[in-house]
Design a binder for this molecule. Sequence first.
Ligand SMILES: Nc1nc2c(c(=O)[nH]1)N[C@H]1C(S)=C(S)[C@@H](COP(=O)(O)O)O[C@H]1N2
Ligand SMILES: [Mo]
Length: 555
Amino acid sequence: MAPHFTDTQKAVHLPGDRSFFISIKPHVIIPVIILLLILFGLAWLQYLVQGLPTLPAVSNASPGHTNPSGFPAWVRVSHWVNFFFLTLIIRSGISILMNHPRLYWNNSCKPSSAWMRFTPLKTPSKKYWTSKEDARYISPLWATPGYRNTIGISRAWHFLTIPFFLLNGIIFIFLLFYTQQWKRLVPVSWEIFPNAWHVFVHYATFHMPAEPNGFYSYNALQQLAYFAVVFILAPLAMFTGMAMSPAIENRFKWYPKLFGNRQGARSLHFLVIIAYAGFIIIHVMLVMLTGFTRNMNHITLGTDGNSHTGIYIGFALVILVTGFCIFAHWASWHKPRTIQKWQAAINGTLWRYSINRLKPKSRFTKKDISSYFWLNGSMPVSDEWKNHLEENFVNYKLPITGLVENPVELSLNDLKKWGKEENITMHHCVQGWSGIAEWGGVSLRKIIALVKPKPGATTVVFYSFGEGLFGGTFYESNTLDNCLKPQAILAWEMNYKPLPPEHGAPLRLRVENQLGYKQVKWIKSIEFVNTVSPIGKGFGGKDEDDEYFDLLADT
Ligand SMILES: Nc1nc2c(c(=O)[nH]1)N[C@H]1C(S)=C(S)[C@@H](COP(=O)(O)O)O[C@H]1N2
Ligand SMILES: [Mo]
């Protein structure tokens, strides 16, 4: 099963410290505990003072001929398809989370401001502490693919399952309203709320309420829970997920504000998963406690009988899904390139024709600038760069070559003559953190106009003085089209000061509709090309080559 790792790979994916850790700030956990105590306290109070509330009479047959009875095949199929995709989405989501194991309500992501963390490190332990180093190990028992620093492949699984999960949900909702089945899920009277509370008083005081036969109808709390899962949690997962995209955020600044801010959306996205997981646990428990045999026949065979067939089919389906998770783990380590290609074919194509067309335009203001800004990337170790740094880059020259009419070599002073563009934008690291900064530098448009790309030049490659996670020159490509978008600059200034060495001096790239890994730091040279195949391993960037990241980094 386990792949054969080199020592470098082991250091990245299987670190010495694999301890699991969860910490929640008191200002979050205390209100949650108080809320639960109030709910359970009120239920017990009502029970002790008034006795168990009466529930509406239970009917074990279809109450009227227009009401749905039984579960048609499409309900049963979509239920299990949903189970399959949701399992993969949750498991890959956990892997993604562990790449930046901290959750915040603010855009600056200062480590100490996290309301929840999954790392024992409260704050970074050294000055140059990258978010790559900060990532945590997760066992493949819990997550797909598992291990540490697997954001490329876990994102591929996450995004590859989403279109199918959505499609299944859309078909389900369409058929729900096309048939009478919606009456099971959608409450039509306000009575649902007092009734649901009465059911809750039963459960909370350890009394099983008399159950309606789920073949015909649900109790009020059950109906509300199912309704919420379909009509609240699923859309919320989708909308908070979209709020994390740089292409969307830097075009529609108002959108993530619906959830407070970008990190609020990320935290809510996580809480949706917690709600889903909580629902699944309680749902499965109640399916077992309220007539397991018949319940399983309902959702597999669509019959209301007492045979054990439903249980066997249910178990078989759970084993199938588990088997697929094992396969996904294997494929992630043995066929990662195939997974990356599928991700590019499906989602890369979808993004290319949709959000990649958006032009960044949000302008944050000075007061939005983050007081903290995470770091990523290995500092250059070459003497060449160190010498330039010592000399304050006075002898630095940037060669711009490749498919251009007018190849040039420009010093920092040459670049500065072209005028300075200043943008205050939000940086989105693929791992999950964000930060708002001012960037000042020369517009890429002006450079492109100067060097005049030849016909056929489609891509601009930016080479760094620094190295990638597994060694070798760091480089990334961006489409010419994205380089021509507003706010695309070569920056020599960050927050109105010369670009600090740790943030990429002398020059770093800003292409604001793309994720952080496209923003190459410590730029050494630039090349215009018509294909990325001959460069590196041929996938368009160091992170695409070695870590299976997306060529287009819009989400
Ligand atoms: N040369 C180089 N540039 C790089 C990287 C790197 O590893 N090497 N990492 C990228 C990633 S993943 C991010 S999130 C940003 C981080 O920029 P910062 O350190 O200024 O915050 O740099 C990008 N540029
Ligand atoms: Mo990043």
